[in-house]
Write a protein that binds this ligand. Structure first.
Ligand SMILES: NC(=O)c1ccc[n+]([C@@H]2O[C@H](COP(=O)([O-])OP(=O)(O)OC[C@H]3O[C@@H](n4cnc5c(N)ncnc54)[C@H](OP(=O)(O)O)[C@@H]3O)[C@@H](O)[C@H]2O)c1
Length: 402
């Protein structure tokens, strides 16, 4: 397996060969320092090492088993907790997931350098770079700009900044306000609810407890199920449910509104089209889907931008692996429901975690686009779940769990 190594003096000759051989294949992701910066290698090598020593640049090379350099991955201008990412890859190493793995590794290293987020620039025609950035958890924030939070942040729809470990409000009864208040106090910024949960009572509880909302808090709800519990995706029903949710949640706009289920009786285009109209009218900010197939996701994305997908997924239930992969490739947030695992007791003890924590830590490590929304009505469980955000699984542990 190729290994990402911080630049060392002994890399100079091989790096010069790499830069010369792969001049044409330059996956530019930032306003790079220009080819001249590298053509003068190894003369310039010391300057790069000096910058690295001063902490202004972190230069890494991707080294194959036989010692050949396959790529370079750089972090530039490490300021205010943010750095720019640039990389160049040997043509022979493209299309094999090598760049994605290296970029993910670079993100892990970046945390170690004390960085909180990364930026990148990739032109529209630079499809390879854009794909690699997305697969490594970067989201698009402009025509050519990308962003990735390190540790625990994600930008839903390239805009709504949340901490990745969220909270599902489904299990709360109307007098459980203290649980959700504690969740927010613990730093949770993503709370999931739905009209279905108590036919609006769950949304009312959130508004009663949390309004006026902290500006960093995202409360997201779902429509598309009607009383007494049947799917109803007719446009007039979706519109009425959105209006009612706005009132109950005391919001002028639902920043993220999810379609709870695709109603098979109504064309998908009508359901997603209605949400797109509501977005146009400013009633909703971003559109999410729930329990969709890869095909439905693709069809919906042909109609409107999809910012999130909420499907059932956990360590022991991987039915929607392909949907997760599609979300990861597109930089779409994936909110797995049923993330808490009661059934991995022995294994969890081995990892020094509780079963719930192991399941959540595995999800967070599984993909940077995963935003788990564990639900509980007990403060002790809530605290345990939030603490899972701090658990770091090693590569070997992840592999073993997978
Ligand atoms: N889109 C959809 O179709 C859909 C479907 C279902 C749910 N959801 C959403 O996803 C969220 C999570 O899904 P979920 O509620 O089905 O599954 P979950 O969060 O995996 O499991 C919740 C259950 O696990 C228990 N639990 C939570 N933390 C625990 C811990 N640390 N130790 C032991 N038990 C713990 C809870 O009981 P206690 O109250 O006793 O802690 C609750 O019964 C929901 O709240 C809802 O917002 C969406």
């Amino acid at each position: 397996m190729p290994e990402l190594q911080p630049l060392r003096p002994d890399h100079a000759d091989r790096l010069l060969t790499f830069e010369t051989d792969n001049r044409a294949f330059f996956a530019r992701t930032v306003e790079d320092r220009g080819d001249d910066y590298f053509t003068t290698f190894p003369g310039h090598h010391q300057a790069v090492l000096d910058e690295q020593a001063q902490g202004r640049l972190r230069f890494h090379v991707l080294v194959a088993d036989d010692g050949e350099i396959l790529g370079r991955f750089n972090l530039y201008d490490l300021e205010n907790g943010t750095a720019e990412v640039g990389f160049r890859l040997a043509e022979k190493a493209t299309g094999k997931g090598v760049a994605t793995a290296a970029l993910r590794e670079l993100c892990d290293r970046a945390k170690g350098y004390g960085l909180r987020s990364l930026r990148a620039v990739a032109d529209v025609e630079n499809r390879g770079s854009r794909r690699v950035l997305r697969r490594a958890g970067f989201v698009r924030t402009g025509e050519t700009s990308f962003w990735r939070g390190l540790d625990d942040e994600f930008l839903i729809g390239g805009e709504l900044r949340v901490r990745r470990l969220g909270f599902g409000a489904m299990h709360l009864s109307p007098d459980d306000g203290d649980v959700v208040r504690r969740a927010v106090d613990l730093g949770v910024t993503l709370i999931d609810t739905a009209y279905l949960y108590g036919w609006g009572a769950n949304e009312e509880l959130l508004a009663r407890t949390l309004w006026p909302y902290r500006k960093e808090l995202l409360v997201t709800t779902k429509v598309g199920v009607a009383r007494p519990g049947r799917l109803d995706g007719r446009p007039e029903v979706l519109r009425a449910q959105v209006e009612a949710a706005l009132k109950r949640l005391r919001m002028e706009r639902l920043d993220l509104l999810q379609l709870h289920r695709v109603d098979p009786e109504v064309p998908l285009a009508d359901q997603v089209g209605t949400l797109a109209d509501l977005k146009e009218q400013g009633k909703i900010g971003h559109i999410g889907l729930s329990e969709v197939t890869v095909e439905q996701l693709a069809e919906a994305r042909g109609i409107a931008e999809v910012a999130s997908v909420q499907n059932r997924y956990n360590l022991l239930d991987r039915e929607h692996e392909a949907v997760l992969d599609a979300c990861e490739a597109a930089g779409i947030a994936f909110l797995p429901w049923r993330p808490v695992l009661p059934a991995v007791g022995g294994l969890a003890a081995e990892f020094g975690a509780t079963p719930a924590q192991l399941g959540l830590a595995w999800l967070l490590a599984r993909s940077p686009v995963i935003l788990p929304i564990p639900g509980t009505s007990k403060i002790a469980h809530l605290e345990e779940n939030v603490a899972a955000g701090a658990i770091r699984l090693t590569q070997a542990q992840r592999a073993r769990l997978a």
